[in-house]
Design a protein around this ligand. Sequence first.
Ligand code: HEC
Ligand code: HEC
Length: 487
Amino acid sequence: MSIKKIIILLLISFVLTVLFIVSFTEVDVQKFDNNSNINQLPNLFEASNKHGKGATYSSAGGIDFNNPFFKSLGSNGRSCATCHVPTEGWTITPKGVQALFDKTKGQDPLFRLVDGANSPLANVATLEERRVAYSMLLNKANIRVGIGIPDDAEFKLIKVDDPYGYASETELSLFRRPLPTTNLKFLNTIMWEGRETTSEVNSSDCIFATDTCFAPLSTDLGSQANNATRGHAEALQDLTIEQRIAIVDFELSLFSAQIYDNDIGSLTQNNAKGGPKELARQTDYFGINDTVSGDYRTREVFNPVAMSLYDVWDSQDANELKSSPGDYYDKRAAIARGQHIFNATPIQISGVSGLNDELGIDVIPGTCSTCHNTPNVGNHSVPLPINIGVSDASRRTADVPLYTLQNNMTGETVEITDPGRALITGKWKDIGRFKGPTLRSAASRPPYFHDGSASDLNAVVDFYIARFNIGFTGREKADLVAFLAAL
Ligand code: HEC
Ligand code: HEC
């Protein structure tokens, strides 16, 4: 064999080895903690979802698996990435959970009794028992968050209907979706009911003209990381200050968004502003474009046109459509129309506790952006716990517990699947109140709402149509879904 041939053979085997390792990176991205020898994911790595592809941009230049976020920090083998998987929108999805269950026969650290199972007392000795015990994780990628009734609550728990026989007033079982650990720079409320958002008197982040002020985001995220390690990872000691800082810096460097649509390709074509890189440049501060008091810094009145990512397609495609109607321009125009619906289609907002009652207005004429007001991000730009009715008894399905609460003063009762903020404040009026989450990168993290009760974006829009009696036509609904999927 000539030297040339040997070199070529060596080159080929080298390339094959690299390909082999890379293919493992793809498959094993869920298992990078501990025993993995992969050190990082490249910046702007993509992950497929039903509507196209999502991507994450890190201002640190890439995803470093040596960060404590990816390390087992407690006693049960879990890391943050066990429930906040980079390729599943930095949360977990039923598809991902089911694949992991099949691959590990339900033995991966995700499947732990403490909060992975429907009840911490479930039998998990056999594969079939595990399939039953972890059904909420498998079906909706829900984690069991256990919170008790506060001692000084204005109400008591008078009835528990828990299909798994565990919940009580000391620990209600609340089946909730892990929130994504990306786009955190835009947050002002941490956790679904804001329990990790602390008040701080000497802060400049205050609800307009009140003395309700909040601690810096990084402080709250540091404490959140520690509590997550103590709880989910069953750690026997606290994180070090260095570990907290490393995790929080890592989280705050991440920006995720849909980058690619199945029908039309790149969401940045013709200068459209989709994708995570543009998102990282998005201006944001406490109280930006506030619905009630106007923008906290510019003092301009609330602008319902909160979303402007696809403005360019609106005008371009209206013209181009005339000459070349076809799937391609149809879909681009649909996304632009969906954005317009989000900003502008009237919704009569009524019966929303936290909003209608606090403002004393029975019907608020609004749009989707009334509540999702942070420009091009979609969460609410100041903490605003509200109840849009997701955990109402009328929506209860047989797989979730139902709780009956009674007001100590009035004797009034309410049935609810998750009391939300009321379990933190003990206040009757806070029952069922949750935050409006960021909407970017939504396509990568079905199912939706705090309890995963909307299996896809279509179901989310159906919820709103029913809840606020919105008269969308079939095309309007499809346009709105196309837009949400392009976030
Ligand atoms: C067993 C699964 C699990 C593990 C492990 C886990 N989390 Fe979470 N995480 C959740 C769930 C569930 C929620 C939402 C709970 C709620 O709001 O009640 C959440 C919420 C969060 C949020 C709030 C985001 C927001 O929008 O408010 C952050 C930040 C977060 N987790 C970071 C971490 C970090 C850091 C770690 C590791 C130290 C970690 N998580 C480990 C399940 C997990
Ligand atoms: C009255 C305020 C309000 C209005 C109006 C509103 N939303 Fe929401 N939205 C919320 C709140 C609060 C949540 C979280 C509710 C929960 O999970 O309990 C939410 C959740 C969502 C989610 C799920 C996000 C996730 O990660 O699970 C999507 C998507 C969404 N809204 C889209 C819309 C669209 C589209 C419209 C207009 C048709 C709209 N919203 C109108 C307050 C509102």
